[in-house]
Design a binder for this molecule. Structure first.
Ligand SMILES: N[C@@H](CCC(=O)N[C@@H](CS)C(=O)NCC(=O)O)C(=O)O
Length: 222
């Protein structure tokens, strides 16, 4: 039995969808974020930086969304959501996964937590800069996806789709006129990959549990 420490609509969401896709037994334990649990000594034992998600596994607590997704995919369904270790596309897959974690996740966080990153005086200036960087990264991912349809499939859920879809959800749910708003519809190949991830029964169950709506990745409610 796995324990996923989460709150709705966070980086825990793609992990929860993958647990559902894999039909693994798990408990979704809601973290008391408002009550300060992330800073508590008990939670810091699970996650040294006090972030969501944490997945408790037989190998111990795992952190970092991409690492958890990769571990689940490799250990429970090698080859189904990502190329298995030792197979042909594995290097290219890892390239795009790390490309997204290193280059797309940070500007998304800067857009959402600009105050925390730049301080109140510079936070307004940071958001358009971070959005421009996110667009550059998404352009590269779109080009990469076009060239590697097996890694970014349009007919089945994929690890890259779940992870990138979560980040694009956050960009796409910003209000009209927000300088960080970026729509998945502007990236047609990625859009198709995201659509394949949100139209499964597993994604629908998580969307219902977390009140995310049916098009959680491609057209999030705003
Ligand atoms: N690189 C981490 C980022 C985790 C992260 O920033 N999670 C957010 C929720 S989406 C969080 O815990 N925020 C609470 C905070 O920073 O206080 C990952 O991918 O797991």
């Amino acid at each position: 039995m796995f324990v996923l420490h989460h709150t709705p609509d966070t980086a825990a969401t793609p992990v929860r969808i993958l647990l559902e896709e894999l039909a693994l037994p798990y408990t979704a334990r809601r973290v008391d974020r408002e009550g300060g649990e992330l800073a508590s000594p008990g939670y810091r034992v699970l996650h040294p930086l006090g972030k969501i998600p944490v997945l408790e596994t037989p190998e111990g607590p795992l952190v970092e969304t991409a690492a958890i997704l990769l571990w689940l995919a490799d250990t429970h369904a090698p080859g189904r959501f990502a190329p298995a270790p030792g197979t042909g596309d594995r290097g290219a897959f890892l390239k795009w996964l790390f490309f997204a974690t290193s280059n797309l996740h940070p500007p998304v966080m800067e857009i959402y937590y600009s105050d925390r990153v730049a301080g109140p005086a510079a936070s307004e200036a940071l958001v358009p800069l971070a959005a421009a960087r996110a667009k550059t990264v998404l352009d590269a991912l779109e080009t990469g996806a076009k060239a590697a349809p097996a890694l970014f499939p349009a007919d089945r859920p994929s690890l890259l789709g779940l992870y990138i879809g979560t980040l694009m959800r956050w960009l796409g749910q910003l209000p009209d006129g927000h300088p960080g708003l970026i729509r998945a519809a502007d990236y047609p190949v990625l859009h198709a990959t995201l659509a394949a991830c949100e139209t499964t029964a597993a994604a629908a169950r998580v969307a219902a549990a977390e009140d995310l709506g049916p098009t959680l990745f491609t057209r999030p409610a705003r």
